[in-house]
Design a protein around this ligand. Sequence first.
Ligand SMILES: [Zn+2]
Length: 204
Amino acid sequence: MLFGGVAAGLAAVGYGARDELERLWWRLPGVDQPREEGAVDYPGAQWAAASPENWRRADRPYDYTVDRVVIHVVQGSFNDALAAFRNPEHGAAAHYVVRRDGRIAQTVRELDVAFHAGNRPYNERSVGIEHEGFVDRPSSFTEAMYRASARLTARICERYGFPADREHIVNHSDVPGTDHTDPGRHWDWDHYLRLVRAAMAPDR
Ligand SMILES: [Zn+2]
């Protein structure tokens, strides 16, 4: 019973708030969060490790509050992204890569700070999601990709407890100081946010 001790201490909260309990457990000081080789934070993802040169070990959300998702486009293929993130010379990696058919790879644990936003405080507070394709090719953004990515983002919003809106789910190009233009004008934000909200559990 992983959450037994915490649950006992919070008996007054009631049993409806399982997500809340998980979050509180994560925030307990001095608790070493379990790490298992090949483990993923999103059940639908397959692990494809990035080089440790492209991220920094951390203990989120205990050491840094996570309240942003940053949306990226690879400017290349799913496999290009995985190869770049495996390369210790690349200097960057996101947490996830989504393929046009909806397959998802996790490349950095959400516990850790991935170098994806080009801005240290943003890296520390965000989960970065790359999408296969090119900013100037509207056909890159398939329905399967939107839906898979939206389900992933919905789980991230729920787990860390932040709203699914444009303040918290941002373009890479919105990040202060970046010169990157992704995901670009063809990324359909209205559609994506609708899918994210539809994938979220109703308010309890
Ligand atoms: Zn980007």
